[in-house]
Design a protein around this ligand. Structure first.
Ligand SMILES: *Cc1c(COP(=O)(O)O)cnc(C)c1O
Length: 386
């Protein structure tokens, strides 16, 4: 199925709503039945019918079909956040006494889910360097149930060899889960490589307009059905029909946005590489990246999201550099229309919070839809203070 068909047609039954091109927002918590028999038969299959919006809603259902098809998965569920999608997916596969092997440096709230939340319920974990397949193998114990991956991650972009990890998981009868937010389903389809469950923060590239928080779980019908009847319905972290509509609107332009972000980033990176105050670029599709060959092998591409290090002799200098930027917004998150910059130095010395494990001269940068020369000029001015 081609991407344009999925984005523009799949799941949309326009003849049912006046041939409107844009789908209706079914803003209803509840759905009524013609008679006793119809109600009874719907109750036998809550996921396959519209009974109550905590379960299934027609607007959300269109989005689910598109996301599952984009990920080459049998089915998908949409959540109120990426964090909810991750928590539901992981919790669905473990019980007290089980063990999870997780890559080092996953998304911060994934780290908290394992280290502070699931540990309270008797689920153990080990964080391992996912670049090293032997490290993954040797962390697996008799009670390990889940291999949790994030490739690339969203700060220093370490990759895992997904085919090899899927084979390890199969051999040890583990469920493999990957956070695929960095690539989005447009540029990487882990299920095709043998991974069992794919999770996304749909807040990033999929919605792409910095106006909706949402998350996605894609997997087989069997796994999605199980998550639906247990975690999804009991924890209730659903997306609203209105937000599902907005995510669908964002999805229409996802390929375009990601391609533009990438081509602009190549120009910005070429400028940064030549600049005497820039030390190093970390970007999976840059030939200088440690795991460039693996990135080229398993990713179809990526957008313009990378980290670079400044040649700065003090944090004050870094702060000065940031104060000069006018076209980049200083913010967390990424994947929207606007270029963003995140100073790692600002995360140092915060009371009650451990210092980051990565150096303070690192700068994370997300390239939005602005013109390359506008962004480069802004960086040129700011770098001059170093
Ligand atoms: C943002 C993010 C999440 C969490 O998603 P939310 O939608 O913010 O809950 C998970 N993983 C990665 C890699 C992210 O960047």
């Amino acid at each position: 199925m081609d991407i344009s068909h999925i984005i523009n047609q799949l799941g949309e039954e326009r003849e049912n709503y006046f041939n409107a091109v844009s789908p209706p927002i079914i803003q209803s918590s509840n759905f009524a039945f013609k008679n006793f028999r119809a109600f009874k038969s719907a109750m036998a299959n809550e996921l396959g019918n519209h009974i109550y919006t905590r379960g299934n809603n027609p607007t959300v259902a269109i989005l689910r079909k598109k996301l599952a098809a984009l990920e080459k998965a049998e089915d998908a569920l949409v959540f109120s956040s990426g964090a909810a999608a991750i928590a539901n997916a992981v919790i669905s596969q473990v019980q007290a006494g089980d063990h999870i092997v997780c890559v080092q440096n996953p998304y911060s709230w994934t780290h908290t889910l394992l280290s502070k939340f699931l540990s309270r319920f008797g689920v153990e974990h080990d964080f391992v360097d996912g670049r090293n397949l032997d490290a993954i193998q040797s962390a697996i114990k008799s009670n390990t149930k889940v291999l949790y991956l994030e490739s690339p991650n969203s700060l220093t972009f370490e990759l895992q060899d997904l085919k090899a990890c899927a084979a390890i998981a199969k051999k040890h009868k583990l469920i493999s889960i990957i956070d695929n937010s960095y690539c989005s389903p447009y540029y990487q389809n882990p299920i095709s490589l043998g991974i069992d469950i794919v999770v996304h923060s749909g807040t990033k590239f999929i919605n792409g307009h910095s106006d909706v928080v949402n998350g996605i779980v894609c997997s087989s019908k069997v796994i999605i059905n199980k998550i639906f009847h247990h975690e999804f319905m009991t924890l209730g972290a659903i997306i609203s029909p209105n937000d599902a509509f907005l995510v669908m609107r964002g999805l229409r332009t996802m390929p375009l946005r990601m391609e533009r972000s990438f081509t602009t980033a190549l120009k910005v990176i070429a400028f940064l590489k030549e600049h005497p105050k820039v030390e190093k670029i970390m970007f999976p599709l840059d030939p200088s990246f440690d795991q460039y060959e693996l990135a080229k092998k398993q990713m179809k591409g990526c957008a313009g999201f990378f980290t670079f290090s400044l040649k700065a002799d003090s944090m004050e200098k870094v702060e000065l550099f940031f104060s000069k930027l006018k076209r980049f917004l200083l913010a967390v998150s990424w994947g929207g229309h606007e270029s963003l910059i995140l100073p790692i130095a600002a995360l140092y010395g915060i009371e009650g919070r451990p210092d980051p494990v990565i150096p303070w001269n690192l700068v994370r940068m997300y390239i939005g839809l602005e013109e390359a020369d506008v962004l480069i000029k802004d960086l040129e001015t700011a770098l001059a203070v170093l």
